[in-house]
Design a protein around this ligand. Sequence first.
Ligand code: ZN
Length: 435
Amino acid sequence: MREDSDPTGCLITNARLLDPATGLDRIGELRVEQGIITGIGGFLAPPRGRYELIDAGGLCLAPGLVDMRAQFGEPGFEHKERLESGARAAAAGGVTSVALLPGTNPPVDDPAMLQFVARKARQLRSVKIYPYAALTRGLAGQQLAELGLLREAGAVAFTDGAKALADAQMMRRALAYATSIDALIVQHPEEPSLARGGVMNDGATSVRLGLAGIPRCAEVMMVERDLRLVEMTGARYHVAHVSTAAAIEAVRQAKARGLRVTAETTPHHLALNELEVEGYRTFAKVSPPLRSEVDRRAVVEGLRDGTIDVIASDHDPQDQDSKRQPFAQAASGVIGIETMLSVSLRLYHDGQMSLLGLLRKMTWAPAQLLGLNAGRLAVGAPADLVLFDPDAPWKISEAGLSSLAKNTAFEGRLVNGKVHRTLVDGRTIYRRDGI
Ligand SMILES: [Zn+2]
């Protein structure tokens, strides 16, 4: 039988219902019919028709995570990751919506390419995939892409992905145009000429290891420049994976001035610092680089005080040949979509953030930024759900991960928080044994 015959109805009982959009946190039940949430609370009538009864046994039931920054490698880099393997990793991590960066080959810079990726993703019948479109043609930073046409074709927002848009005039025009179509511009915040040649964070550790450093001010310089342009244009502007205390402070002040600026960080930037590079571990080579412990703490503080709105995986699969290189030559990037919940939960276990506050950064906040109908537990909302145990310990091992690529920065690490089940439109797309 086809999957279409799966029951799309279910009644989940005995769950800790967590809704970061409303602050709901109570034990109760949730009912799903035809892929839509039709009841939340206690003692609900069962769904009409054939349905599955799921006893959550007290586990947390939250909106499925919304990952606003990932790459799956297809088309063009299928040996690193495919849509199918990326979606499987997402599902195993409790992620139900993913915004995919346009850095494929060819890049997503025209409507046909955008629709191609969206169509292939839909055929998977797995996690929901929302393609970004390139800001500039070929991600080359020379000529603006057709933002209006791309928006109509379904681009969720615009970015040159792993590349900063360095040309100030071009960024000004992009921001001005984006304002007229109410689109979000996402920037990789790094002044490229200052970062050129650098392979890790600039500082005592890079000197000791004899590696060329990327100065932290390369980040704040680009953020401050862009903020001037945001001030001129009134655009909605999002700083991807902010990693330095200075840039976070710049965003904090811009928010206080009322600019429409938002920011995100990654699980590796909130959990790790530059010392991970010791031993020339290429699996700790990321862009932006892992920073000092002072910066890492600033990231955590930025999450706590609301300066940083979102946690996104920045899932960037790399094959063995790209990582088994001398540090300077190795590709940057780590996978992380499958481990983002468990790694981020560290802030909850350390008492630095509430469970709801943390989940909000991975559900409601990114959904709102991208305008997605996702990220909340509400009657009438799609039943995109994750059932997880926030306390269950496990050891991250590359062999146990679903990604085609194995470049995790967390190999061998103990974390707390296990996903038990992931549902999209009421359909189970991932299930761990047990519940
Ligand atoms: Zn980047």
